[in-house]
Design a protein around this ligand. Structure first.
Ligand SMILES: C[C@@]1(CC(=O)O)c2cc3[nH]c(cc4nc(cc5[nH]c(cc(n2)[C@H]1CCC(=O)O)[C@@](C)(CC(=O)O)[C@@H]5CCC(=O)O)C(CC(=O)O)=C4CCC(=O)O)c(CCC(=O)O)c3CC(=O)O
Ligand SMILES: NC(=O)C1=CN([C@@H]2O[C@H](COP(=O)(O)OP(=O)(O)OC[C@H]3O[C@@H](n4cnc5c(N)ncnc54)[C@H](O)[C@@H]3O)[C@@H](O)[C@H]2O)C=CC1
Length: 217
């Protein structure tokens, strides 16, 4: 399994099953994609801004839904294995990614099988955790532990993103720019400034850069 980050902006995602698991996946993908959830019942209460369609498709109907909607990703999260099988096969047929919520890993025979990792986000920084399907509870637990570690990372990405641009426009060699950015992301004082706001992070970062590349030329 090789982790990749996929931009779902303007993509369609089709979820089968409106239980807690279907709802969790719908919420996750609705942050970017246009999501439709097909289910005879909607037991959870938060599906993001997904469109909810009340229907109880047979396996054949479910496959027809997939062909008609032609989504980027199909999530099979029903408690009916025959429906999940049909959804997986149809997704593969139309070249869509497919996530089987009722399988412990990517599914043999489905070329586009993917798992959904536990994810921590802070701004543009994202950490994704998978156990290769062995222990989703462990993924969740590690995600909770990593959450605190990532505090301020989004702000650090924004700050060093801007600094990289500025350094590129300056008289520095690639090696100097690399050393400067590395020194900033490793600086405890910059992290503390970003997390507490007590001192100005930008000023701390400029000081670290001056110490690294020797100031103005
Ligand atoms: C393969 C995978 C496919 C997929 O869904 O993509 C899959 C499959 C299955 N999960 C099951 C159970 C649980 N899943 C969770 C939680 C999460 N499951 C997620 C992902 C994945 N789950 C993919 C692999 C990820 C990896 O590689 O680690 C997370 C990370 C992401 C998300 O779903 O959004 C999300 C945590 C999000 C967060 O909190 O950050 C909990 C914990 C809880 O509920 O507290 C339990 C109960 C405890 C336990 O069993 O561990 C079962 C058995 C069902 C049964 O027994 O009936 C199966 C099927 C099977 O194993 O056969
Ligand atoms: N990946 C994960 O994180 C987890 C996966 N699971 C697995 O995922 C499945 C779903 O989990 P839950 O949401 O807890 O189950 P659930 O039983 O609460 O929900 C299943 C949903 O599927 C709907 N459904 C039934 N037949 C359907 C059909 N023909 N078409 C569309 N929808 C249909 C039901 O109305 C219900 O809303 C479970 O059967 C289990 O195998 C369970 C826990 C966690």
């Amino acid at each position: 399994m090789i982790p990749l980050y996929h931009d779902f902006t303007d993509e369609r995602v089709l979820v089968f099953g409106g239980g807690p698991v279907g709802a969790r996946k719908a919420r996750r993908f609705a942050a970017e994609a246009a999501v439709t959830v097909v289910s005879p019942t909607f037991d959870a209460n938060d599906y993001g801004d997904a469109e909810l369609v009340r229907a109880a498709p047979t396996p054949e109907d479910a496959a027809d839904w997939v062909r008609r909607v032609d989504p980027a990703l199909v999530v099979a999260a029903t408690d009916d294995e025959a429906v999940n099988d049909a959804v997986g096969d149809a997704a593969d047929e139309v070249g869509a990614l497919v996530n089987r919520a009722d399988r412990s890993r990517s599914v043999d025979g489905l070329t586009k099988s993917v798992v959904v990792p536990a994810t921590v986000e802070d701004g543009d920084v994202r950490v994704a955790i998978s156990t290769g399907g062995a222990s989703p509870a462990l993924s969740k637990h590690l995600r909770e532990r990593i959450e605190a570690e990532l505090d301020g990372a989004g702000a650090m990405a924004e700050l060093t993103g801007a600094l990289r641009e500025e350094l590129r426009a300056g008289p520095y060699t690639a090696a100097e720019r690399r050393d400067a950015v590395r020194a900033v992301v490793r600086s405890d004082r910059v992290w503390k400034a970003l997390r507490t706001g007590e001192t100005k992070a930008r000023e701390e970062a400029d000081r670290v850069i001056r110490n690294t590349v020797g100031g103005e030329r």
